[in-house]
Design a protein. Sequence first.
Length: 500
Amino acid sequence: MIDMLQNISIGFGVALTPLNLLYCFLGVSIGTLIGVLPGIGPVATIAMLLPFTFKLPSISALIMLAGIYYGAQYGGSTTSILVNMPGEASSVVTCLDGYAMTLQGRAGSALGIAAIGSFTAGCLTILLIAFFAPPLAELAFRFSAAEYFSLMILGLISAVILAHGSVFKAIAMIFIGLLLGLVGTDVISGIHRFTFQISELSDGIEFAPLAMGLFGFSEIIRNLEGKSKREIFVSKIKSIMPTWFDIKVSWKPIIRGSLIGSMLGILPGGGAILSSFTSYTVEKKLSKNPERFGKGAIEGVAGPESANNAGAQMSFIPLLTLGIPPNAVIALMFGAMMIHGIIPGPNVINECPQLFWGLVASMWIGNLMLVILNLPLIRIWVQLLKVPYRFLYPSILLFCCIGIYSINNSIFDIILTIVFGLLGYIFLKTGCEPAPLLLGFILGPLMEENFRRAMLYSRGNPFIFLNRPISLSMLIIAALLLLLIIIPSIRGKREKVFKE
C-alpha cells in the first residue's frame, strides 16, 4: 500500500508539470472534438498526429495521445444524446436512451449523468491500474519467448472476435498485416524480404504511413461520400445537472459499468466498444422495468458511458505490462512508444517508472479536465456539427502530408500513405475491417522474434510451445475461441445453401 502511494505521488509529480498539463489539456480537447464530429474517431486522429509527436518528450507525447483516446469517449456521448448520431463507435448504445431523453426535454440530465459516470469510472479505473499493474508486470517477467508467442496468438484471435463482418475476412486481414510486418531486411540473415528491389523498403514499412493511410486517408474518402441531415436540440438544454432522483437511480449502473469496463478493457480484443454494449445488456437484465430501456431510461446512459470510459483506460494495462496492444488505438500507442525508443512490456514499470506512473496520474487529471471542459462548452461543441465536412478535409489532408514528410523528409512516405489510403478505402468498401491488419503488422515482427528465440532455445523442437503449461493454456484458449467464431459461420453458410 505504501509503495502504491509512493508510485502515485511520483506520477502526479510528473503529470503536474506545466508542459505535461498543457499536452494533457490538448489531448482531451482534441479527443472531445473528434468525439463530437462523427466519422473521424480516435484511431484516425491518433494516426494523423503521430508524426507531430516525434519531437516531443516521450511522456508528453503519450499523455496527449492517451487523452485523445479517452477524451473521445466523452465527446461521443454529446452527439449521441443530442443528435442521435454517435461520434464514436462506443457511443452507439448511448443513442438508444440518450436521444429519447433529449426528445423528452431531459438532454441536460443525460449529458450531466454521462459526464459524472465517465469521471467516476475514470477515477475507479486509475485505482485498479495502480493496484493490478505491478503484479501483472511481475507475472510477465516469468514469460519466456514461447509464452510471449502464444500470448500474441491469443491476442490476434481475440481481435478477430470483435471484428465486424466476415470472420474469414478478419483472419485474412491479420495475415496481410503479418506479411507487411515482414517487409524489410531480415536481422539474422541480412536478406531483403518483399522489398521488390525498392531501396526505401529495405528498412521495412514505416508505422506512420501505414496507420495514417489505412485509418486517416481512407476515412476522409469515405466521409466525403456521406450526406447527412442533423437535427440539433441544443436550444432545449436548460440545466446540465441531473436531479437527485437521477443520481439515486444511476449510481449503481455507474459502479457496475465501471467494473464491467475494467474487466473487459484488460482482455485482448476488449476495450470501450464491447464494454458499453455489455453494460447496457446487464442494466436491462437487472432492471425491474426493462421496457423503459430505449424510451429514455437514464440507466441506459449512465452504465454504458461509465463502461466505455473505464474500458478505454483499462486497455492500457496489456500494453504497459505485457507489451500486447488489445485494440487498434492501443496498437497506435504501441507504435508511438516504439518510435520514442520505449519497448512496451513489463520493463516499463521498473525502467521507466516516471513514464508509467506519470501516464496513470495524467488520466485522472485528464478526466477532471474533461468534466470542467465538456459541461460548460456543450453548446459550442455542438455548433461544430453544422460545419460541412467538405470544408474540413482539405486542411486535414494538408496537415497529414506535412506530418508524414517531416518524419524522414521523404516523398516516398507520402506516396506510401496515399497507397495505403486507397487500399484502406477498398477494404472499407469490401467489408474488410483494417484494425486486425494493424494488430498483425505490430505483432508480426515480435511473433517472429519470439518464435525464433523459442526454437533456438529448444534446438528446433516445436513442442516447446506445448510443453510449457502457460503457453499451452493460451494456445488452447486461442483454438477454442477460433472454433467458437468459425463454426457458426460455417453452419450459417450450410443452412443458406440447403435453403437455396
